[in-house]
Design a protein around this ligand. Structure first.
Ligand code: ADP
Ligand code: MG
Length: 252
């Protein structure tokens, strides 16, 4: 469904992403992990259209999308969440999701249809849909949920989730992970999930790719990745045991 081929992104003389290639299958949950500064967000941002690639290609459903503006990429069916939520504070929760549905839809839709899609997305995520429900009352977990609902309201084929667990406590993290799985299971939406908190992610993803210094150093199923010597060396370190336990607990 999505094919990244020898992707390079340079900032001036610095190469943040170096010849990275991977594919994502329809209906898959792919984790994109690695240490801080390894190029996860940059890879994500090139796919979502924030930056054009310096070299290489990003193909979606067989069409090149590398270098298209973010709005166009969203209309083609790739919706993203932001690590730091910035909702329209003066609009209600429902209005926030409705704006996303209206401007992110692949076809022209009426305001009523946009609101219908917004209510549907908010209901799936578990946020209130009354006109009186304000953004101000939402905590960290609520704001992350709103990011997810706004992305889903655009009716994406692929959901790009950036650090969805940041700022959440243990229970909220597990709920967020289960929600991503539900989005895939119920809606058949393909998910690429960037995260540096690895244990929780490993319970849910089908496959993951690991970046280090802008290069892809490993890819595979959670069990293989959790035991990969190179991944342990550059990334997991003393957390390796804990992550291996998490993968084992999931029973795959
Ligand atoms: P990660 O998300 O894995 O923590 P990033 O993709 O954000 O890593 O960053 C990878 C590297 O690219 C870092 O060294 C970072 O400082 C650099 N970088 C990211 N964005 C920019 C930018 N807009 N300009 C210059 N350097 C950047
Ligand atoms: Mg990042």
């Amino acid at each position: 469904m999505l094919s990244v081929n020898r992707l390079v992104k340079r900032f001036g003389g610095f190469t943040a992403v170096n010849e990275v290639s991977f594919d994502v299958a329809r209906g898959e949950i792919l984790g994109l992990i690695g240490p801080n500064g390894s190029g996860k967000s940059t890879t994500f941002n090139v796919i979502a259209g924030l930056y054009p690639p310096s070299a290489g290609s990003v193909q979606f459903d067989g069409t090149e999308i590398g270098g298209l503006p973010p709005s166009e990429i969203c209309r083609r069916g790739l919706a993203r969440t932001f690590q730091i939520p910035r909702p329209f504070r003066r609009l209600s929760i429902l209005e926030n999701a409705t704006v996303a549905a209206y401007y992110g839809a692949s076809d022209r839709i009426s305001r009523g249809e946009a609101e219908k899609r917004a209510i549907d997305a908010l209901t799936l995520i578990g946020l209130p849909t009354e006109a009186s429900a304000r953004v101000d009352g939402l905590g960290a977990a609520g704001l992350k949920k709103l990011e997810m609902a706004r992305a889903l309201a655009t009716h994406p084929k692929v959901l790009l989730a950036d650090e969805s667990l940041g700022g959440l406590d243990e229970t909220e993290m597990n709920q967020a992970a289960d929600m991503l799985r539900r989005i895939r299971d119920d809606r058949g939406i393909t998910i690429i999930w960037v995260e540096h908190i690895m244990g929780v992610l490993m319970r849910v993803i089908d496959r993951c790719i690991v970046l280090d210094h802008g290069e892809l150093i490993a890819q595979g199923k959670p069990t293989d990745i959790a035991h990969d010597p190179k991944v342990i060396e550059v990334y997991l370190g003393t957390d390796a045991d804990a992550v291996q336990q998490q993968v084992k607990a999931r029973g795959t």
